[in-house]
Design a protein around this ligand. Structure first.
Ligand code: ZN
Length: 300
């Protein structure tokens, strides 16, 4: 789906609603209150009616689109832009691209982006298996002088896990201590994992538990090693980190610790679907099925 496709295919509110109905209820419209099959009440307003509980609703009821006064086409355009920007796109850029330099408000664009991002949060993900790479990195904060400890003190820890030829996950962690690393391994990596590869950071040694563990010694300049034909490296998770960092530097500028998890969700959602032809529709599907994000919740 290209920007031109979105402009041509979804040029009216009605057409936008039609696709949302199909994505939200692939097996027929059901009541948002009691889940019973519902009927269309008024084709023009695309209002649905439940005969069981007398409830009337539209396709955006109870979704992140709810209470939005923006035309759906604006939502669709912003979604496409966020899907296609590999390193992400700032709310300011979205505002300028969709509304223009002097129109629209930054706040509207910012809230819009955050709601789309909230829909990109994955739930019930399967455990990672096979060869899994794990690494940690530091983002945000200012590079002040001092030793390494002082430089890292005001930065946020991001833990990355990536199944070789599979999914990527990022987490905003409290720290990179052994117990913290262990928690992320236990929550995301199958106990049957073939091998877990990390760098030689000592905290991993205890964190991996009984899993097969191999390390590459970055301090000694080692990045890739071959063992019995198997490639021992953390390069694939590190390449995802560099994309994240370029995103933070280039498009988001400054991310507060509070919103970092949402940016990480956006990044991994897009990354894990980068070869999918359905990224845009998949995102829309999440937008009509994900929990609602209110402005109060976002700013509270
Ligand atoms: Zn009902």
């Amino acid at each position: 789906m290209t920007l031109v496709d979105v402009i041509n295919l979804f040029d009216t509110d009605e057409k936008c609603r039609e696709i949302l109905v199909r994505l939200r209820w692939p097996n027929g419209v059901e009541c948002v209150r009691c889940k019973m099959p519902a009927v269309e009440l008024e084709t023009e307003k695309q209002l649905f009616y439940c005969r069981d509980c007398n409830y009337q609703f539209t396709v955006t009821a109870g979704t992140i689109f709810n209470d939005s006064h923006l035309p759906l086409q604006k939502w669709f355009l912003a979604t496409l832009l966020l899907c296609e920007a590999r390193k992400g796109m700032s709310a300011n850029q979205i505002k300028r691209t969709i509304w223009g330099q002097h129109k629209g408000s930054y706040k509207t664009a910012w809230y819009l982006c955050h709601r789309i991002r909230a829909a990109m949060k994955e739930v019930d993900q399967p455990m990672l298996d096979g060869t899994v790479e794990m690494d940690e990195t530091y983002v945000g904060g200012k590079n002040r002088g001092g030793g390494q400890g002082a430089r890292l003190a005001n930065k946020e820890v991001v833990i990355g896990l990536r199944q070789r030829n599979g999914d990527l996950r990022f987490f905003h962690a409290e720290d990179a201590k052994s117990g913290t690393l262990m928690k992320y391994i236990q929550e995301n990596v199958s106990t049957d994992v073939e091998v877990l590869i990390t760098d030689s950071f000592p905290a991993y040694k205890h964190a991996v538990g009984n899993a097969e563990h191999k390390t590459v010694n970055h301090v000694a300049g080692e990045y890739v090693r071959y063992e019995n034909g198997a490639c021992v490296t953390t390069n694939t998770v590190e390449s995802a980190f560099s994309l994240l960092k370029r995103g933070i530097m280039g498009s988001w500028h400054k991310i507060s610790a509070k919103h970092l998890p949402a940016y990480l969700d956006e990044m991994t959602f897009r990354f894990n679907r980068r070869k999918s032809a359905n990224l845009f529709l998949d995102t829309l599907r999440h937008m009509v099925t994900a929990p609602v994000l209110t402005f109060d919740k976002l700013t509270g």
